[in-house]
Write a protein that binds this ligand. Structure first.
Ligand code: GDP
Ligand code: MG
Length: 678
């Protein structure tokens, strides 16, 4: 198939045009390779004016030519061919220079076959539409005209041009797009130089232009705002065949790149890649065929939108495939406990994200960058946003894992603590955690594209919680340490004091107690209270309270340990024996008579028992009971600190003590009887 009917007799647009172009250009890679590297040239003019003959001669196409013998009509419609080569006068292979050279860019050629508009009214409509179509889709429109028609204002072509100009004026004015009208004058005899013919045609066109009914706002638009005019003359094909061939080749020269009179100017292009162009052509035809206003710039943008969208979808699908391959199974949370989310992991992830992102956008750019710049940029940023939204999922789950492993760093740093002060280790742990997070988050942010501030805020608040917990642990440990330091000496001193109780004993105990306390707290005292280096006043006062409370508890248990029943009995007995058995110089007494024993017994017993009221209630010499100087809640074990021995306990102790003292007493009595009886 060397040509294709792009619009058929029924005025239907052929859906297989792109496929045709792809097939005819297979040798050079087909549609994908063509991209923007193509030109569109159309021809229009009266029926049987040699249009198809010219195109075939110029481009080696194979459009149907009317059979000279049967004069049979060719098939109506708009046809398209792909120029296989361009006629030239500088073919290196031929001595004359005449021949064909392959063109570096593809040329799509459109040939309009209609019946003569002047003859059948119905077809005037098709002629008009075909001209409009050719004008809106081509870079160059060849207007094929007999020499003897030049100057005949009523000539069919000129009349049609007038209509086309008129219809299009309002549309074209919104576009800066220009089209080249290339007048090819046929059967040029040569008597009238081409220059004169060109002048006549230009004058006629300008006259037509002036007479146009210009829509509002378009009054000032000039012919050459929208069209460039060029001219080329061809001799009679049958009468001067050699000259004809040579002059077609001269025209071909002007279609070969780098020629000084190169006709395919950049500004004539619609700036659509080939697949976009075919779609654009179809849209134009739809509008023309349904007699709707043809707004070319809008059509171009619609096509660009559609195509860019299509390309973006394709690029995203590819991206998604790669994304799933890369991240489908990734679970960043595994291994969090082992610090896996370090900078190496972040760097690796960042590299993967960048690669995926760039690949997706490059896929898009390759095909879409040729479309209308604004549309392309807009769709590109849509695509980027879609890609980024997807990447944000992997980014987000990495951040969650990163946050956890960063927090793990915090705890780990505390474990390495030797004897740094609390605030120093806290700052160090916080920094370790914070820095790990920030460094890795920066790497995966892809230069600020992905934000981690919310995750960072969560990290900071988790750090606050951890700091509170560590501080509480620190308070506990400082309380324990303090109490461990206080207790042994306190126990020894208090026990010593209580072992020789008199009315001043509790005052002494209180002094010893306060001294013990300040031995651990004094160095933390400041002008406004206590500062234990916790960086937090509430914790400091809590710590102070706990130390004091625990010290009071320690004192409480030391005292209670001391006033255990058996210990009390022992104490009374010791005091009793001390007085009963030894004289004031501390020498053992030798009993002389039983009366002496009775007196001593009474004195010793009184001394011993006198201890009980002193120890039963912890009170100062002036009688005030000792109350712990800390806040005490109800049911606190310190609530009744001072009440040590109930009267019942005192009676029990007295009873047990009496048995022992009596035994000693009787033993003393017995020893006298024995010595007397000996
Ligand atoms: P189309 O309908 O415009 O495409 O015309 P064709 O290319 O089919 O040609 C119509 C007739 O004109 C054919 O019989 C051709 O041989 C003849 N023809 C082609 N070129 C020329 C030419 O340069 N001069 C003249 N007088 N006839 C030509
Ligand atoms: Mg033809």
């Amino acid at each position: 198939m060397s040509t294709v009917q792009i619009i058929d007799q029924d005025k239907t647009f052929n859906q297989e045009v792109l496929q045709f172009i792809d097939q005819t250009t297979q040798a050079t890679g087909g549609v994908r390779e063509i991209s923007l590297n193509f030109h569109v040239i159309s021809v229009f003019g009266s029926q049987s004016s040699g249009k198809s003959t010219l195109l075939n001669q110029l481009f080696q196409t194979r459009f149907d030519v009317m059979d000279e013998h049967s004069r049979q009509q060719t098939t109506k419609g708009i046809w398209m061919g792909h120029a296989r080569a361009v006629a030239t006068t500088s073919n290196p292979a031929a001595a004359t220079g005449l021949g064909y050279v392959p063109n570096s860019s593809h040329i799509l050629v459109m040939d309009v076959e209609g019946s003569d508009g002047r003859e059948r009214g119905e077809d005037q409509d098709f002629e008009r539409k075909a001209a409009l179509f050719a004008l809106s889709t081509s870079e160059i429109l060849i207007v094929n005209i007999w020499e003897n028609q030049v100057g005949l204002y009523q000539g069919a072509n000129m009349g049609l041009l007038k209509t086309v100009f008129e219809v299009n004026l309002s549309l074209f004015q919104s576009s800066s797009h220009k089209t080249l009208l290339l007048f090819v004058i046929r059967d040029h005899v040569g008597n009238t130089p081409l220059e004169n013919l060109s002048n006549t045609l230009t004058t006629d066109l300008k006259a037509i232009w002036l007479q146009l009914n210009k829509p509002a706002g378009a009054e000032g638009v000039q012919l050459d705002d929208l069209f460039d005019l060029k001219f080329h003359a061809l001799a009679h094909k049958v009468l001067q065949p050699e000259k004809f061939v040579e002059q077609v080749a001269l025209l071909g020269d002007r279609l070969i790149e780098n020629n000084e009179d190169y006709l395919f100017k950049r500004e004539y292009s619609h700036d659509l890649p080939i697949d976009g162009w075919t779609m654009y052509a179809e849209k134009c035809w739809e509008q023309i065929e349904s007699n709707k206003d043809l707004d070319l710039p809008t059509q171009q943008i619609l096509v660009a939108r559609f195509k860019c969208e299509e390309i973006a979808n394709g690029a995203y699908a590819e991206f998604e495939k790669r994304y799933v391959e890369e991240f489908g199974e990734v679970d960043f949370l595994t291994g969090v406990e082992t610090d896996s989310q370090d900078e190496t992991a972040a760097g690796g992830l960042a590299a993967k994200m960048v690669t995926l992102r760039n690949a997706g956008l490059e896929d898009f750019d390759t095909l879409a960058s040729r479309y209308h710049k604004d549309v392309y940029m807009e769709k590109r940023s849509d695509l980027a946003a879609k890609i980024d939204a997807r990447l944000k999922q992997v980014h987000g789950s990495f951040l969650v894992a990163l946050r956890q492993s960063s927090l793990h760093n915090f705890t780990a740093t505390f474990k390495t603590r030797t004897n740094e002060p609390f605030l120093a280790i806290l700052a160090k742990a916080r920094a370790a955690c914070h820095d790990t997070f920030v460094a890795s988050a920066a790497l995966v942010s892809l230069d600020g594209l992905f934000d981690s501030s919310s995750e960072l805020r969560q990290l900071e608040s988790a750090l606050d919680d951890l700091a509170v917990a560590e501080r509480a642990k620190e308070v506990d440990s400082l309380v324990n340490k303090s109490i461990k330091r206080i207790t042994p000496a306190l126990k020894e001193n208090v026990t010593d004091l209580l072992s020789k109780p008199d009315e001043n004993v509790w005052g002494g105990v209180l002094v010893v107690f306060q001294e013990s306390l300040s031995s651990v707290t004094a160095r933390f005292a400041t002008d406004d209270g206590y500062d234990f280096g916790l960086g937090d006043a509430t914790s400091s006062s809590e710590l102070l309270f706990q130390i004091r409370r625990n010290a009071w508890l320690a004192l409480n248990s030391i005292v209670h340990e001391f006033i255990r029943e058996d210990n009390m009995v022992l104490l009374l007995r010791d005091i009793f024996e001390e007085s009963f058995r030894y004289d004031d110089e501390g020498l053992p007494k030798l009993w002389k008579d039983a009366r002496e024993i009775d007196v001593a017994y009474r004195v010793a017993k009184e001394r011993a028992v006198a201890v009980l009221p002193v120890l039963a209630v912890a009170k100062l010499a002036d009688g005030t009971a000792i109350v712990p100087d800390i806040e005490i809640e109800e049911d606190d074990e310190l609530e009744n600190f001072s009440r040590l021995l109930s009267s019942k306990r005192v009676e029990t102790i007295k009873g047990k003590f009496k048995k022992q003292s009596d035994a000693i007493f009787f033993e003393a009595k017995r020893s006298i009887i024995q010595s007397v009886s000996q």
